[in-house]
Design a protein around this ligand. Structure first.
Ligand SMILES: [Zn+2]
Length: 262
């Protein structure tokens, strides 16, 4: 049962994570935003009204019974910078620019926003540490997956083989047409492996972001990787898709938190 409903909110969960990790990939159902952000838009930079975005975020946190003020989010910039979150984000200082957030503290909810880019969720069940990363094509060719694994291992002494990883709903290999600039970057980043990640057909080149991130996680030493296999552009009823809605859309949210054991 990967999809769970709580009131009007509907979210996806992976099977691979232990009970002490709270996580959710929110579908677009159950929010208050009108088209083209209908309805659970969690993105504040897409033209939607901020009061509605805030109400949507409250609904998302409430559905998981997480404190609204436990949020730690960042300004996602398609890089590999890491932020270690030791307390919820202080709302009186500017957002940090980063695409990886890591925490070992219960009471901190990692939160990111997506509309085609790949959500990467990482857990070390032994060391009780979690990480969330954002991998579009640019983050992928920069190997944000390995940077996230590295950040967790450096912070907690985790072994990569102990980590559990999940690759969330994002634009699939059937829909992700890329231009020559992306193809060149993929060839440079993946070298001999690039052939298996790029597919030429119908006069287009398609890039397989799921396989690319899986390969990077495997090369980083991970053995347990679960892929949702859900294409955002195929399932516009469930997900915001930047490509499918031609840039005029919202953002769905992904959150992760460690359950308080007290
Ligand atoms: Zn698709």
């Amino acid at each position: 049962m990967p999809f769970i409903s709580e009131a009007s909110i509907r979210y996806y969960q992976f099977n691979c994570f232990p009970d002490e990790v709270i996580h959710a990939v929110f579908t677009r159902s159950g929010g208050v935003s009108p088209a083209p952000w209908n309805s659970l838009n969690l993105g504040g930079m897409v033209g939607d009204d901020m009061d509605r975005v805030r109400e949507n975020r409250f609904r998302a946190f409430d559905a998981l019974k997480l404190a609204r003020e436990s949020i730690f989010d960042v300004w996602q910039v398609h890089g590999t910078n890491v932020v270690i979150a030791r307390q919820p984000r202080q709302t009186d200082i500017p957002y940090q620019q980063a695409d990886i957030i890591v925490t070992d503290r219960p009471g901190v909810t990692l939160f990111m926003r997506f509309a085609d880019c790949v959500p990467l969720l990482l857990v070390d069940p032994k060391k009780k540490i979690i990480g969330l990363a954002h991998a579009g094509w640019m983050g992928t060719v920069r190997n944000v997956a390995a940077a996230a694994v590295d950040a967790i291992c450096k912070l907690s002494g985790s072994k990569p083989a102990d980590l559990l990883a999940a690759i969330g709903p994002s634009i699939g290999p059937d829909h992700y047409i890329v231009g020559p600039d992306v193809v060149i970057s993929v060839l440079q980043s993946f070298e001999n492996d690039a052939d298996g990640l790029l597919d030429s057909r119908n006069g287009h080149v398609y890039f397989n972001l799921w396989a690319a991130n899986q390969l990077q996680l495997e090369k980083a030493g991970l053995e347990n990787i679960e892929t949702a296999g859900l294409c955002t552009a195929c399932h516009e009823d469930d997900w915001f898709s930047h490509r499918a809605q031609k840039g005029n859309t919202g953002r769905f949210g992904v959150l992760m938190a460690l359950k308080d054991q007290d």
